[in-house]
Design a protein. Structure first.
Length: 306
């Protein structure tokens, strides 16, 4: 059987057999999500790809059709999803639930955002917090009844410098900066993941992933095309490719792991390397803080009655 070493970085692993499984992958239009979707399709999974840009989604679907032989008459299904708009998330939940009814489903949330300046989502959330944590919570927790296997949340080791401020979570009165907002959004997602791991339905589990330093469109965050090109050019020789970054995602989805693990590269500062279990910050292990944050998140996205 084909080995998974080229993908996962662990040469003794066989390629997973995902025939009969359906994987919902957000963020599959670009970068890590697209590479993960490609490998999942090669391994036999049917895919549901919620996408913000339909044209890019169609391009990915066409590539998957050319390069893989996933089973079934419609092996890659697209759903419109904008994580900056909770109404869009709710519509996508309804559509996805209908598409996957009766199927063995896993859910991988890769989609995320950065911004060179403070912006707000349609619902008035600070954009990074809304897209990287709040909307994924609504999406994932609303789809839990359909999940029969694993939920994988792509977060970031940037959470280690994050600070939670439930008095002003959206930086409406305190100073906004990209590092502060990004690290807060990722710490929020980590705390939600810590809490959700203990609440997963019987027979399912959750895994958290830090993909490492990867050259993707998220590098283009300065708002200046010249600066973005320079940053990408400087990063490319040092950072991992999107395919290498997808390795941690694929490992977390397909290999035996303790429930609620945190997977990332084994190299210096976990910026690059082979995927393995890595330590999270002390704050990201605080169950009491996680409970408070999750209660707040549920209120923000309208799940407080759930």
């Amino acid at each position: 059987m084909e080995k998974a070493g080229d993908v996962l970085g662990w040469e003794h692993l066989r390629a997973p057999d995902l025939r009969g499984r359906t994987v919902v992958v957000t963020g599959a239009s670009d970068g890590i999500g697209r590479e993960a979707a490609l490998h999942l399709a090669r391994w036999g999974a049917r895919l549901v790809l919620p996408v913000r840009n339909r044209d890019k989604g169609e391009a990915v679907r066409a590539r998957l059709a050319r390069e893989t032989t996933a089973p079934g008459p419609d092996p890659v299904r697209l759903v419109d999803l904008d994580l900056a708009d909770l109404a869009s998330v709710r519509r996508a939940v309804t559509e996805i639930a209908g598409l996957v009814e009766g199927e063995q489903v896993d859910l991988v949330n890769v989609a995320g955002v950065v911004s060179p300046r403070r912006q707000e989502s349609v619902d008035g959330f600070e954009l990074l917090l809304g897209v990287n944590a709040l909307a994924p919570m609504l999406l994932v927790e609303s789809l839990l009844p359909a999940v029969g296997g694993r939920v994988v949340l792509v977060t970031s080791h940037a959470h280690t410098s994050g600070r939670i401020d439930l008095e002003d979570p959206h930086f409406r009165t305190t100073r906004w900066s990209l590092p502060r907002a990004y690290s807060r959004s990722k710490l929020t997602a980590m705390l939600w993941g810590l809490d959700l791991a203990s609440r997963m339905p019987t027979g399912t589990e959750l895994q958290l992933v830090h993909p490492g330093w990867v050259v993707t469109n998220l590098q283009n965050a300065s708002g200046n095309a010249v600066v973005d090109r320079a940053v990408t050019a400087a990063s490319r020789p040092l950072a991992m490719t999107a395919g290498e970054g997808a390795a941690a995602v694929l490992l977390a989805l397909t290999q035996p792991l303790p429930p609620g693990s945190y997977v990332g590269p084994d190299g210096w500062q976990h910026l690059r390397g082979r995927p393995t279990l890595i330590p999270r910050s002390e704050r990201a292990c605080d169950h009491d803080l996680a409970r408070r944050v999750v209660d707040w998140m549920r209120g923000e996205v309208g799940l407080d009655g759930g």
